[in-house]
Design a protein around this ligand. Structure first.
Ligand code: GLY
Length: 574
């Protein structure tokens, strides 16, 4: 096929990135429209950016079959459950922000896991009263009741055009017929092999003769294919009631867990109002509690709104961003939890007047030591999650961040289901004011309770402007929040999707009181100036796996880009 020059550039940018980003051909009459024409209301084509090319292709297949962005999201998420189980899956949960083009409805879909009714905080303590990290992170006691299957069924039923049978078909086919695990999955299995060996069904699923699969070997997942087929046939009930539910509960209880069939039958997806914040001509639509992400992003933007950044050099601009991050993370640890269980001072945290006060406390050229700000310390829920972004031809858009928590979740597969369970219970403050596996603390607002959702950092977001729109998100534990923030700021500064995902990152989360820096994020002069202001710069391996789709309404072009930091396939333009 022949491509217009702009699309050759876009194709090149997609091929240069390493996740899986896809944009369908634009119709020629709008692709070449001059920038001066009225802003387009519909792109006329679609774009998907996800962490794996098989998942991106699954979304594309469903769109070609007449599905919309929400059907595609079901296809992408269910395929990721098969091909990227280290990050997300049927045994986990997701959070999504979507915008429906037909009526402008914007909503947050909360398919987060919940604590089982029999949750007992003492289960996460050793006999001497100290935290038991193994129970919190491995095996069935670490798993919350999954939300992902209910969330996918909800998306299909309430927002999709196609039956689940069609949107789950690619995942079922890939699980049944097999695929070649990529280097990230093989590496994750290697990393968690000792834990996988503890559970016979996990070893049987992930290890070959007791060892991680080798490159080039086709890998099938027939149990998960059957479970997906049951969901395709019966909707959410196929997972939460009947044979699959019985097998899940039997496996969990046989291995010392505490789930009941009633826990599964009671699971409910929640629709919540997203957080919406205006910043420099754009409206950011993002995740409310039980995610801490949107509150933190809004608080940071509210602080930055009053800083005349254009009058500052780079070091001083960065200084204000870091100080805003520090203050937002301080609040996130102290106040936030499941809104169905805890009262949170959201009006205060999201108020511009509150942000004015926080801004006043920032010294113009000096770091504020975190120890001078009263609070408990930060928490980091871990770096192993996945994010994808979609815009379809009608302008429907969805940002989905999905997780099983730590790499390969609890490493516990429920025998006969192919379902790898999450270890999301560690996202609760299981032992108040005792550090979790990441050395960080949480408050009683996030204490575990029957039926309660554990606090998340997932920050799926839309950035909506008159001329340009972005769908954005990333995995990365607490760094999700600062990655998404820096992505939003870059987009508002005019950067395109490939530059946004590739740009170097920095991160401050109140405690530890240091700035994590990716190599090359600051030029030497900026780094020296920041150190002079009192910042401890802490070099760190690259983090995150951002997937972004942007829509330029003036030229009516979409761009999809995947983070170049992690290899997992290539996007393509057809
Ligand atoms: N488990 C990672 C998160 O929800 O933030």
């Amino acid at each position: 096929m022949s491509l217009a020059p702009r699309w050759r550039v876009l194709l090149l940018s997609l091929l240069l990135t390493c996740g899986s980003a896809y944009a369908t051909d634009p119709p020629s009459q709008v692709a070449h429209a001059p920038a001066a024409v009225a802003q387009a209301q519909k792109p006329g084509h679609a774009a998907i950016a996800s962490a794996n090319f098989l998942a991106t292709n699954a979304g594309l297949e469903v769109i070609k079959a007449g599905g919309n962005a929400f059907d595609a999201a079901v296809a992408v998420a269910s395929t990721l459950s098969v091909v990227e189980p280290e990050s997300s899956g049927l045994g986990g949960g997701f959070m999504a922000v979507l915008r429906r083009a037909s009526d402008g409805r914007e909503v947050f879909i909360d398919a987060r896991e919940v604590a089982p009714a029999a949750v007992n905080a003492k289960d996460y303590l050793k006999s001497d009263g100290t935290p038991d990290r193994d129970t919190a992170l491995n095996g069935p006691l670490s798993a919350g009741i999954p939300g992902e299957p209910a969330g996918l069924a909800w998306l299909a039923e309430h927002y999709g055009r196609l039956p689940l049978k069609q949107s789950l078909a690619p995942a079922i086919r890939i699980a049944r017929d097999g695929f070649e695990p990529d280097s990230r999955l093989r590496g994750s299995i290697e990393e968690r092999a000792d834990d996988l060996r503890r559970w016979p069904a996990s070893a049987a699923k992930y290890l070959v003769d007791g060892k991680p699969p080798v490159e080039g070997r086709t890998w099938r997942d027939p149990d998960q294919a059957r479970t997906l087929q049951t969901i395709a046939d019966r909707g959410g009930d196929g997972f939460y009631k009947g044979e699959v539910a019985k097998k899940l509960v039997a496996a969990v209880r046989a291995a010392g867990g505490n789930w009941s069939e009633a826990d599964l039958a009671a699971y409910q997806v929640k629709e919540r109002a997203p957080i919406s914040v205006d910043y420099r001509g754009y409206r950011i639509v993002t995740a409310p509690p039980p995610s801490s992400g949107g509150v933190a992003v809004a608080e940071i933007l509210n602080i930055l709104r009053g800083v005349e950044t254009e009058k500052l050099d780079r070091a001083h601009r960065i200084h204000y961003v870091i100080e805003a991050m520090r203050r937002a993370f301080r609040d996130h640890n102290d106040y936030l939890g499941d809104p169905d269980f805890v009262k949170m001072p959201l009006d205060m945290l999201l108020s511009p007047y509150y942000a004015d006060g926080l801004r006043q406390s920032i010294l113009p050229d000096r770091a504020t030591p975190s120890s001078m700000l009263p609070s408990s310390a930060a928490r980091d829920p871990g770096p192993h999650t996945t994010h994808f972004s979609i815009i379809d031809k009608d302008g429907n858009m969805i940002a989905v961040t999905s997780t099983v928590n730590y790499t390969l979740g609890s490493t516990f597969v429920a025998a006969g289901t192919g379902v790898l369970l999450n270890d999301e219970m560690d996202d609760f403050a299981l032992v108040p004011n005792k550090p979790n596996v990441y050395g960080l603390l949480g408050s009683t607002a996030n204490a575990p309770k029957a039926g309660k959702r554990m606090l998340s950092s997932m920050t799926p977001s839309l950035v909506i402007g008159k001329d340009r729109t972005a769908v954005i998100g990333s995995p990365g534990g607490s760094t999700i929040i600062t990655q998404v923030l820096e992505g939003i700021l870059a987009f508002i500064d005019g950067k395109d999707a490939s530059d946004i995902v590739a740009q170097k990152r920095f991160h401050h989360q109140f405690m530890p009181d240091r700035v994590d820096v990716e190599q090359g994020v600051f030029d030497p002069a900026t780094a020296r100036e920041l150190e002079r202001m009192g910042y401890a710069l802490h070099p760190r391996e690259p983090w995150g796996f951002m997937n972004v789709v942007t829509w330029d309404h003036r030229s009516n072009t979409l761009e999809a880009a995947s983070d170049p930091r992690r290899p997992s396939g290539l996007g393509k333009v057809q």
